[in-house]
Design a protein around this ligand. Structure first.
Ligand code: IPE
Ligand code: MG
Length: 203
């Protein structure tokens, strides 16, 4: 979820307004993903372990936003059978946020429609070193025009199809998600083997 800050700056708004718009985009995209029959799991990169290097007021605003949205969204997630899980380090989070995470995970644990993971204080390198690995990623979408992984799901993305989109995260829509899935389905995934046609030709 990249591009909140630039989205706001371009509109003459403070970066915190971009993060609020980003949170509204999360709601839209989670609803779209939950409705989509091909999507069983979605992991959103909300806050990387390197984001602690941002100004304290921006970090504090982000943490408040996470806590508020966890409390607001978890009943909606439970009602829509969305299972919420927060991945990343918890020991550096405020106890209030940790309590909101625990409550949201407990309230949504039965969700079977969509497994929604939110990465907070997450570093793929740290996760690999601590052997805290997640299921393999099929499709990795990065918004905001950058073409790098920025320490996100490095191990799990060994064979992920990568899609980079120019839209800033607050502008990313359900239609953009559908377009990325269409792009995904055009990719020939061979996992190092040969295409099925070539294998057939040798037998
Ligand atoms: C959101 O976008 C990602 C978060 C860390 C919350 P950014 O805050 O990185 O926005 P840009 O890249 O500065 O535009
Ligand atoms: Mg960014």
């Amino acid at each position: 979820m990249d591009g909140n800050g630039r989205w706001a700056t371009r509109r003459g708004l403070p970066r915190s307004a971009g993060h609020r718009a980003g949170a509204r985009a999360v709601r839209r995209l989670v609803e779209a993903a939950a409705r989509h029959p091909a999507i069983a799991a979605l992991t959103l990169y909300a806050f990387s372990s390197d984001n602690w290097r941002r100004p304290a007021d921006e970090v504090a605003a982000l943490m408040r936003l996470f806590e508020r949205h966890l409390r607001i969204e978890s009943p909606r997630c439970a009602a829509n059978s969305v299972r919420l899980e927060i991945v990343g380090r918890r020991d550096r989070l405020d106890p209030r946020l940790r309590a909101a995470i625990d409550a949201a995970e407990l309230a949504t644990r039965g969700g079977a429609h969509l497994h929604l993971r939110i990465a907070v204080d997450y570093s793929a390198r740290d996760a690999i070193a601590a052997r805290q690995l997640l299921p393999d990623v099929d499709l990795l979408i990065r918004t905001g025009g950058e073409r790098r992984l920025s320490d996100f799901l490095l191990w799990e993305s060994a064979y992920a199809e990568l899609v980079f989109v120019e839209q800033m995260w607050p502008d990313f829509t359900a239609a953009d998600l559908a377009a990325a899935l269409t792009e995904f389905h055009t990719r020939a995934r061979r996992f190092g083997a040969l295409p099925a046609a070539a294998l057939g030709a040798t037998s």
